[in-house]
Write a protein that binds this ligand. Sequence first.
Ligand code: ADP
Length: 207
Amino acid sequence: MLNIVLFGPPGAGKGTQSQKLIAKYKLVHLSTGDLLRAQIAEGTALGLQAKKLMDEGFLVPDEVVIGMIDSALEKNKQATGFIFDGFPRTVAQAESLDRLLAKHSTGVACMVALEVGEQELVKRLLERGKTSGRPDDQDEAKIRRRVQVYNTETAQVAGFYDVQQKFHSLNGIGEIETIFGQISDIIDQHPVAKAETPAAATKEVRA
Ligand code: ADP
């Protein structure tokens, strides 16, 4: 399996690059933000609880998103790999992801971080807010809070993957295609990704 973590602050371009990566590498896209918004749309109790936190720019509790990822992995047992977008956002989530993937005899190949400065993030998210309908994209104070939460709670997740020699960082400002090429190069050159042949993946599914 090829499991990639796409990392970076809100508005860095993770969603855009995820769409291109799933098409190229035939991965299943797991965005905790999308999964949470689906719960809100369905009007579930979980969605209701999450909405208040999301609208204000705070993280939802670890156990909520970890539970969602657990069931998504169970539902997609035939997948040849996953792209994790917006998850893990805390070290506790990163530890849980390793544990959950180990249950499926796999692990994270690499993390790719998209670096974008706060001014550009605010500009991009306010622009997205004009059409996305997301309350958290329409208020500068909420956007800045999300960036602050990223800096204080999420940025340290990079260190978790760095000690495992799986962390890579890229400039997230530039042409979408150029950045996509750079992410692809990292994935292709990654020893774990390379070592996993289709034959090994098939064996894993059968086991
Ligand atoms: P963005 O990257 O633009 O902030 P997301 O869709 O990834 O957008 O996340 C939107 C909101 O959903 C976050 O601000 C947070 O409240 C919640 N959320 C998403 N993923 C997680 C996560 N892994 N842990 C905790 N909260 C999350």
